[in-house]
Design a binder for this molecule. Structure first.
Ligand code: ZN
Length: 437
């Protein structure tokens, strides 16, 4: 199809031509013909459609106070789900839930720290009903590519908030209205492409509570999971800083990922590729079913899990770049053989289990030695000890901390009430602090 800019040129030329002689008209028609050849020969670079509903419109609605932080089981979550259903419908996706576009699930939250939440185990007086929203582009082939993002957030705060003030709406613009908006744009982009593989779009709920929606879907899939060639997750993609990096997790889950991802990076964004398929978002649920996964992530920030994670702080151009990059990855997946799955290193029985926390937000994009602190929660061990944002933890007790993995490994060795020391780099100084968990 020709682009709109070309249509306008043709219209202008034709109206001018009407005022001139047949010879001039012939010349103009000839040049139009030449332009046509040029346009059809050069490969069209895709862009996000300027008309219609923009990334910003979707984020602004999903992260508005009216949705009250989209906590699972609340009216705000239902309003968000209804909005996504309308967007899926308008784009022309085929419903792929259990109830039209919806897949409802029941969860009984853990009643004490020794218990796990019961997902999909039936309704009781304590259970919460959550809703996944699922739509599909039905293409001729048999394989399925899943593109997902969670749409729930923290409501008015709760235990997962890092904010210690009066109860306020946590709008969750970056976390994760951003991922949902990019997913919807991808549905718009991919709808009209002639692809061989089906594309399943999923908006998950209950992610913030512990990946509930994606966990439920994988135990109660509405499609044949053995046909899924890959799952791409977007969680917090609204703060791209091209001077820093775009993190892509899960690149070790298939031998094909590194090459595909680098090839799709036409904007030459610095990439931080992390192999592990296990991470703090929904792709983990698919990885555990032996499905190759990717998770796109633009990094932690001070507004993370706070009421200030608002829509005006997002980089919408950056989100468009990420959408186009994923679009190119889907094009590659479409023509490739079904990806080979590989298990990644830290998916083992000795995955660290934490009983204590330092009360910090790690900088996941930090590539140097140690664990850089990007935020501190008040009244937790790190803040009580006097650690600051920007400090780089290099030692915890007897354990050297070279990076995130070593940090998590070290942290898993402490019990509540334990006392030890932490060594941090602050500027060019190394400081030691006593710390109590
Ligand atoms: Zn979150």
């Amino acid at each position: 199809m020709v682009n709109s800019c070309f249509n306008i040129q043709v219209a202008n030329l034709t109206s001018k031509a009407l005022k001139h002689s047949p010879f001039t008209i012939l010349r103009i028609l000839l040049s139009v013909f030449l332009i046509l050849i040029l346009v059809s020969c050069s490969k069209q670079k895709k862009s996000i459609p300027e008309l219609g509903i923009s990334l910003k419109d979707d984020v602004t609605f999903l992260a508005s106070d009216e949705l009250e932080g989209r906590e699972i089981g609340t009216d705000g979550e239902k309003k968000a789900a209804a909005y996504i259903v309308n967007r899926f419908k308008a784009i022309g996706l085929t419903p792929a839930g259990t109830d039209n576009y919806l897949q409802k699930f029941e969860v009984t939250p853990a009643q004490n720290p020794h218990e796990q939440a019961k997902i999909g185990a039936g309704r009781d007086s304590l259970s919460i009903i959550g809703t996944n929203v699922i739509g599909m582009i039905d293409n001729p082939g048999d394989e399925i590519i899943i593109i997902g993002a969670h749409y729930d957030h923290l409501g008015y705060g709760g235990v997962n908030s890092l904010y210690r003030g009066d109860s306020l709406v946590h709008n969750g613009a970056d976390d994760n209205a951003s991922g949902v908006a990019v997913m919807i744009q991808l549905a718009e982009l991919l709808k009209d492409e002639k692809l061989q593989k089906d594309i399943l779009f999923m908006a998950f709920s209950g992610e913030e509570e512990g990946l509930w929606g994606s966990n439920y879907f994988n135990k109660n899939p509405t499609i044949d999971l053995s046909k899924v060639s890959a799952m791409i997750n977007m969680d917090m993609v609204g703060r791209l800083d091209e001077k820093k990096a775009l993190a892509i997790h899960g690149t070790g889950t298939s031998p094909s990922w590194d090459a595909m991802v680098n090839k799709a990076n036409l904007d030459s964004i610095p990439l931080l590729l992390r192999p592990s398929g296990v991470g703090p978002s929904d792709h983990t649920s698919f990885y555990l079913q032996d499905i190759p996964v990717l998770h796109f992530f633009t990094g932690q920030h001070e507004d993370y899990h706070r009421p200030s994670d608002d829509s005006e702080k997002l980089n919408y151009e950056g989100m468009a770049k990420i959408a186009l990059m994923i679009d190119r990855i889907v094009d590659e997946l479409n023509t490739a053989d079904k990806l080979t799955f590989t298990k990644t290193k830290d998916e083992s029985s000795d995955t660290p289990r934490f009983t204590v926390t330092l009360g910090v937000v790690p900088d996941y994009l930090y590539g140097g030695k140690g664990m850089r602190i990007d935020g501190i929660t008040d009244d937790k061990p790190a803040s009580v000890a006097g650690l600051q944002k920007g400090d780089i933890v290099v030692q915890l007790g007897d354990f050297t901390v070279d990076g995130m993995n070593e940090y998590m490994e070290a942290l898993s060795k402490f019990k509540k009430g334990a006392e030890t020391t932490v060594i941090v780099k602050r500027g060019d100084k190394e400081l030691t602090f006593p710390i109590k968990f």
